[in-house]
Design a protein around this ligand. Sequence first.
Ligand code: SAH
Ligand code: SF4
Length: 374
Amino acid sequence: MDAAPVTPQNLLGLPRPELEAYVATLGARPYRARQLLQWIYRRGAHRFADMTDLAKDFRATLAGTAEVRVPEILRASASADGTRKWLLRMPGAATAEQAIETIWIPEPDRGTLCVSTQIGCALDCAFCATGRQGFNRNLTAAEIIGQVWLANRELGRWPDGPRLITNVVLMGMGEPLANYRNVLAALRLLLDDLGYDLSRRRVTLSTSGLVPQIYRLAQDCNVALAVSLHAPNDALRDRLVPINRLHPIAGLLAACWHYLERQNGRSITFEYTLLDGVNDQPALARELAALLRGHLAKVNLIPFNPFPGTSFRRSPPAVVARFRDELVRAGLTTTVRRPRGDDIDAACGQLRGRVLDRTQVRLGERAGRAAVPA
Ligand code: SAH
Ligand code: SF4
């Protein structure tokens, strides 16, 4: 009888200790893992045959048992402002096609890659296109770090070109802290000096506020943190960010201030998407300032990016300016995010990919969205 085919081990997404453990099972020394890391992440190789300083017989062993399986591009688009977007095919567990999106945003002094962490999202924030899609599954560590690998290849960095990705933000589709284990593995590869060698300051994880995981992250890997606040009180935040009903603002901020203790003087960014007539009144800016004052906190105001089917509207520029001025007057460093790539639907909250909602796991289906004014 034929033996069942063995699925090759994907080396992409294995952080250094796991890769060392894997090569040990093949009888190789740990420095082989370090060579593999460099080939895969620094040089962008995915074929063992190209990894010329690995012994021939080790390459043959690898080819028989392992692979570097990178995501596949379904569609690439480029915005007039230079932003690039890739739609990536993600094999669904039992279904047809799923897809996620990865965005590259060039600015004069940096290149930021915005990476997805889940197919869809279960947290169902009222103003987010991803949330409206429902949740299909977590991405694997390979699928998360694979987005960086692929963007590097598409941007033409290999083999030794300039660094076009200087910053990575986990702000694409999905809630990163709801996929903790795989996100942590990807973070380790982003920071590893044989991986992408980014400093902690240049890797930002954005969360809607999963409090226990914020404490864990403070312990495990204190990258820069962005918190999607969007409202300064529980009554309003319960409606906009339904996870607030489980983890209200006071507990969330306590976790943030704990996180700051391990940040060596770096601040936490609070994201606040301005929704016309919903959360953009000056009194709310003052309430927000009172919450954050005295801590190393910055505010990033995000003009709402509309998507089909939403009843929210973007706040007018004068209202955004007034909100910002209130915060600045209260002493908070405040920036207003310039929408990028909106001609290719690549702006925050417009990422939809292609999600077949298998589970229909959604928070706040009844109370949340219905209670939000049109
Ligand atoms: N799930 C994570 C990260 C992805 S969303 C989180 O919620 O933090 C990245 C940011 O875009 C979050 O602050 C999110 O609230 C915001 N956002 C979502 N939809 C948006 C929209 N339609 N317009 C503007 N910002 C939006
Ligand atoms: Fe999920 Fe973030 Fe969208 Fe909320 S804003 S639904 S947490 S991706």
